[in-house]
Write a protein that binds this ligand. Structure first.
Ligand SMILES: [Zn+2]
Length: 253
């Protein structure tokens, strides 16, 4: 998972440095150390942090272990190694992330107007456009799926066809989905809801992972699953429609 540096070089860069703070943009973390040094971490598909009270060697797929001065260990476990660990100057890494990522809805305002302008730039399906980190940072497959259901928008609608009213509904749906997921995470004490679901816990989502179940809103249609750009999308064929688009006379952005 180390990019552009050997384990020795990474150790040399961070050893003995106090952690100043941790910041986030989209799915990227910056662990800012004193002296304008930082560790940039992206968890990829399967990465997660494990905290250990003492030096034990029981974490599987450990890729990076940070030993703190009080003896605790922060271990980055990543079975499939899609994650990224990179070192560099805090200021440069922060600038690089800001350049390569779109606005983050938890850091900047992304209301109907902003979202409409972002979506107007592409004819790709709205679900795919929402997950493009270059236009919007931090929205993953689950949030995009849930947000579209909340906004009653079909995932196949070309992004640029949405009008202002639909974009506003989608912006609200997006924020509610993010907030609901954070609340569920805080309640579960685990950092990975998909993992919890695999482990047999109750599905915390409205439609994600609910193929064949009755739609929780209209309670008449069953949730459909389809592949879209290589990812599973779940939607209600009755309430998620193609109305509210410019093609039907809606107001443009
Ligand atoms: Zn429905």
């Amino acid at each position: 998972v180390l990019r552009g540096a050997s384990p020795e070089k990474v150790a040399q860069w961070i050893k003995g440095r106090r952690i100043d703070h941790v910041e986030r943009r989209g799915k990227h973390l910056l662990v800012a150390l004193e002296g304008d040094r930082a560790i940039h971490i992206h968890l990829g598909m399967t990465g997660r942090f494990v905290l250990r009270r003492a030096a034990v060697d029981d974490v599987s797929h450990a890729r990076l272990t940070l030993e703190l001065d009080d003896g605790r260990m922060i271990v980055l476990s990543d079975p499939r190694m899609f994650g990224v660990v990179e070192i560099g100057r805090t200021t440069q890494l922060r600038a690089k992330l800001a350049d390569s990522l779109g606005p983050d809805p938890l850091l900047e305002r992304v209301g109907g107007t902003e979202l409409c302008a972002i979506l107007a730039k592409t004819r790709r399906p709205v679900k795919v456009a929402l997950m493009d980190q270059r236009s919007l940072a931090g929205i993953g497959n689950i949030q995009a799926t849930e947000a579209l259901w909340r906004a009653r928008i079909h995932p196949d609608v070309p992004a640029r066809n949405l009008d202002r009213v639909a974009a506003s509904r989608l912006a609200r749906g997006m924020m509610r989905s993010i907030e609901a997921e954070i609340t569920a995470l805080q309640g579960s004490g685990d950092a990975d809801l998909e993992y919890l679901q695999d482990a047999g816990s109750a599905n915390p989502f409205l439609v994600y992972g609910r193929e064949g179940e009755l739609c929780p809103r209209c309670k008449s249609a069953r949730i459909v699953r389809k592949e879209q750009a290589g990812r599973s999308t779940f939607f209600c064929p009755t309430c998620q429609v193609r109305t509210g688009t410019k093609a039907r006379g809606g107001r443009p952005c």
